[in-house]
Design a protein around this ligand. Sequence first.
Ligand SMILES: *Cc1c(COP(=O)(O)O)cnc(C)c1O
Length: 419
Amino acid sequence: MAAPISLRDFISGVEAVINGHNRLNDFESELKAHFGVKYCFLVSSGKAALTVILKALHEIHPDRDEILIPAFTCYSVPSAVVRAGLKVRLCDIGEGTFDFDYKKLASILSRSDQSPKKTDLTQEVNHACQSAKSKADSRLLAILPTHLLGIPSDVNRIRSMLNDPSVTIVEDAAQAMGESCQCGKLGTLGDVSFFSLGRGKMFCTVEGGIILTSRDDIAASLNHQIKSIPPCNSIALLRLILYGLALLLFLNPFLFWLPSSISVLKLGQTIFDPEFAVYRMSSFQAGLATRWLLRLRTLHEYRAQLVRIWKALYHKHTDGTHHASLIQNSALIRYPLIISDTMKRDSILYDSKHRGLGISKLYPDAISAIDSLKFTNGEDYHVARKLAASLITLPTHHYVCNKDVAKIKAIVWKRPSSH
Ligand SMILES: *Cc1c(COP(=O)(O)O)cnc(C)c1O
């Protein structure tokens, strides 16, 4: 019960390796049935899923090569964009929303859409020239609404803002498997979507990526892409089995400090690196996921309970220095808190690290701060940068016990305010 991978799951994983590929097919069918989608593809990780999706979309629209992502998101996202041979474009996030800044998004989309009236230059040329020119300017291939931490992005709003049917909505539901909003299950709202089964996500099979879509054209292209990527080789498989064993053995409440101190078990992706493996999911991973729906529901309950606890503490102790985001849904992979006082934030993070309490920043900085991406358009993505500098996240996973809650409460909310 304690570890993200139980002995029983591990045994199912090993059994699936011995029995061949049946488990992969079953997992696909179960996912299609549960999410009510026509197609499902299983790959090695969330970033592999995104890479494959973007390559498939580029195959459909070879003249488009820009991917619009939030300026505050997982570093794996730009890694996958670059891996797919495409260009990253950023949109800042809204103040306290963890979703796009919709004003800024509207202005970016109106520049990308074929709307010649927006540019002074085109007013002077004739209409035929206008549409030809603006079409050539429109490089936007996809936009990635992202349910960061499990907080729903407003996918329908984005859809209503898009006038250009060639721009695909890729729903980044990496952190939101099993969650839903008024519009339905997260992961079923975009034209195509993906989940991550990596460490630190809603549900973990060491690594893993799930692609869902109901669009025939996208599925046909995805099929083509999937055929061109290799199956999991024996070295990768051995690595997965060893990681699985490590998660089984080390991630239990007694050794809870281990994940933050052992770098091989590093939680979360905070490095930009397009050189990652892309292969099809192994039957071991599908085997680990044998009881996925049950586990997802159990984990959801634990997380919802901790979110309620953190929320109640936040409301009780709010003193103007904290500022919680709009959290309406019930389960999050981590609970976000804004600590604007840098010294206070550093000291909370320091204490947590030493006592193994699992409070952490989410990402080191905004995506615009990644030097190798060379953003030179002069925008500063102010809200994303500010969030990166002030955000801390509290754990919501099921190995946080009552004692941990008390300790976390003590270091986050019970500080004497020094002047
Ligand atoms: C984790 C994550 C990914 C990538 O998933 P991996 O399985 O770690 O490769 C993509 N997007 C977001 C928002 C994520 O949190």
